[in-house]
Design a protein around this ligand. Structure first.
Ligand code: NI
Length: 255
């Protein structure tokens, strides 16, 4: 049965340039029912929408990633709003803060993140949040605007997860839960309520063990589901079914 719903993928990445079509076309035969392709800048917004047009089971998230915040044109919100309004765009993302790499100055990251949260709230769309080593500033903005959405590749503590859940947001977990040093993500994986859990790849990155180091894709999600099932005392099949249902609810899809 097809019940792998990958809530966070980047099939626009150049890592898929050699075999994108073959790989994506084969995903449904490998159990995949849905994919949210997350943009990181204006160009990848367009590619995400093209992929969504091409494949029934792919939907797009349009937004500007903190890494690209500084490259953003002055009036980016005008074309971004237009793209968000397209039928197959179901979220504003991925957006957020990254104080690990600091590729854009922090004040620019904060400005672009805040503007896009406001846009999402106006359009009544969920956001897909990237938070790397910026937990406090991320939480402050989420508490201020109370958007719908998911904190993807959740890397905070169980304490922070409680705060996110209090806001009604979802927690996205992926390959990082399978890594050797995955103490915190596993604590979080154990405590997220059943109706707030999403599963994801962040492909081509974050490949689950035993394929860590190779390119990731949505068909490898069962390896993550296996680990989540272990800490949640359930079956991988149940994890896939639950996360499929939750993703459909958050994104308004029927996959
Ligand atoms: Ni991502």
């Amino acid at each position: 049965m097809n019940n792998i719903f990958d809530s966070h993928a980047h099939y626009d990445s150049e890592a898929f340039d050699d075999d994108r079509k073959e790989l994506i076309s084969a995903l449904p035969q490998r159990g995949v029912c849905g994919v949210i392709n997350c943009a990181t800048d204006m160009a990848t917004c367009e590619v995400s929408l093209q992929l969504a047009d091409e494949y029934d089971f792919i939907y797009a998230a349009c937004g500007v990633h903190p890494h690209e915040a500084e490259e953003c044109a002055e009036n980016y919100l005008v074309p971004l709003r237009e793209m968000c309004l397209k039928e197959k765009c179901v979220a504003v993302g991925e957006i957020g803060l990254d104080y690990h790499y600091d590729f854009s100055p922090r004040d620019t990251q904060l400005k672009i993140f805040e503007e896009q949260i406001i846009l999402a709230n106006e359009l009544q769309m969920p956001i897909i949040v990237h938070d790397r080593e910026a937990h406090e500033d991320t939480m402050n903005l989420l508490k201020k605007y109370k958007p719908k959405g998911v904190v993807h590749c959740f890397s905070g503590s169980a304490e922070m997860a409680k705060e996110v859940l209090k806001l009604g947001m979802y927690i996205g977990l992926g390959g990082a839960t399978t890594f050797k040093n995955a103490r915190k993500p596993l604590e979080v994986a154990a405590m997220v309520p059943e109706d707030k859990l999403l599963i994801e790849t962040d492909c081509p990155y974050m490949t689950p063990v035993p394929f860590r180091g190779q390119r990731n894709d949505s068909s490898l999600i069962p390896y993550t589901a296996q680990v989540l099932a272990g800490v949640r005392n359930t079956t991988p099949e149940e994890i896939l079914e639950t996360t499929r249902r939750n993703a459909n609810k958050l994104f308004g899809t029927e996959l």
